[in-house]
Design a protein around this ligand. Sequence first.
Ligand SMILES: Nc1ncnc2c1ncn2[C@@H]1O[C@H](COP(=O)(O)OP(=O)(O)OP(=O)(O)O)[C@@H](O)[C@H]1O
Ligand SMILES: [Mg+2]
Length: 538
Amino acid sequence: MLIFFKFVMREARRPVRNMALMAVIAGATNGLILAIINYASEAITYGVHEPVLFVAFLAAILIVSYTHKRLIRLGSKQVERILHRLRMDLTRRMALCELQSVEEVGKAKFLTAMVQEIQVISRNVPQIVNACQAASLTVFGSIYLMFISFPAFLVLVAVVGIGVLLYRVKTQERNELLVKAFKSESAVVHRLHDVLDGAKELRLNRDKARDLVEDFEQVSIKGANAKSDAMICVAEDYVTGRSLFYIILAIQIFIIPSFAAKLGLDLQKSTAAVLFLLWPVNSVLLALPVMEMVSVALQNIETLRRKVKSIEVDAAAHQETRDFETVELKDVSFTYPARGHVVPYTIGPINLTLRKGEVVFVTGGNGYGKSTLLKVFSGLYKPSAGQILVDGAMVEPDAGYRALMTSVFSDFHLFHKLYGLENYDKARAGELLQLLELHDKVALESGAFSTLALSSGQRKRLGLFVAVLEKRPILILDEWAAEQDPIFRRKFYQEIIPWLKAQGQTVLAVTHDDQYFSTADRCLVMHKGQLTQGYSDD
Ligand SMILES: Nc1ncnc2c1ncn2[C@@H]1O[C@H](COP(=O)(O)OP(=O)(O)OP(=O)(O)O)[C@@H](O)[C@H]1O
Ligand SMILES: [Mg+2]
């Protein structure tokens, strides 16, 4: 629960102060309304009419309704604003953090946090805002009650205390159930990706589709059970809250009257006060489990935020594309993080020097670490050991280093817009589209592609188009020509690569096209994670 308050204070200290002020004014005025009612009803029993009280009563109602509305307005605005900031922060972190963090988090967890957790917060915070106002009213009302009936005040404090204690006893159980419920949601989203991404495979093979649906059913039932367990626990707290509400009423109506005469209590006034306080007390007690739910959602988001720590804060400052003469990997090795009992794959130690303007091909068997080498070389994976040197000086594989690179990996992504390329060379773009034989397929309209509905070979060509247009010194290609037809493949090696070289573009490319190895300045072989010079048939 503390997480919720800490979070709110961190994100919106000043607006929360304003809201607290509104809640205090509303609570105090509500207390005043109670006092006016009691005073007026007493006056009526003596046959006295007090028009001043009526005016005060109306004024108090106006103040309460204004402050309450303002509180709701401030609360709703702040919540959505905070959620917007949270979404932006998560997206920014996910877009900028290290590639390995993104791979570790995975799509499902990220999407669940962005949709499910944020929705839980958005849906439940209004109830918490209301409860804050109710809490303020409870405090002021209790002070009033303390003066007119101390025993009734003690009953109220004791019962609320017991309510809070009962609620705290179940904190751990409730927390675990809520965490499980959120996790199950992430598993459901994971399977949904299979349903959408595997659309073709599922339609061609009904058995596969049947199995997947059955598997989904299991995950979904598990999720439903986890969620209902959590909701039952929360709902039971609701019922406890409500029962305590009736206990306060019962004590006031059935027990306190027996002592009223002895203690000299004004039963009418204290019953009115207790009745008046039941709604706010109830709201506060009911809001406690809701607050827990919101706290768990916040905790999940916080864990995700920590996992996707943003890379250098001042990344933009280092993002200037610079030039280079040599980039050198010196005794660099990289090991994937350990998962389960499988021994993680390691490449290296690798020694590789890439000179400006060179075209270097890397070949080798499947799973021997070629793509991993490209990711390490381009700074996407941090080396586990060894050094990266640019022009002889040691550098970190940070955004500044990465600014040397542009790439088309095998699982590249085509953005519909030329993000980060406001001032691209239009003449060069035209020439390149022509060279890639895409000029009658795709057009660029205000920095966006007219279509991305292309064949896979054409999509690859468009990927290369964007990468080359970025004008970064080093072009990284991972089996780029794999989807190209033989004629265009030849064109790629015999025309496009020389065209790039003539423009001073350095190229580091993984390829299996051995008939074109001669078009490179050097050809290296990756064998079981080790890099060797020259091509061998192994
Ligand atoms: N994300 C990952 N997490 C853990 N291990 C991985 C991961 N990706 C690859 N590996 C391991 O690293 C090894 C090298 O993978 P890599 O993708 O670099 O091979 P490759 O030479 O590019 O193969 P291919 O020719 O099939 O593209 C693989 O054998 C695999 O076991
Ligand atoms: Mg590969």
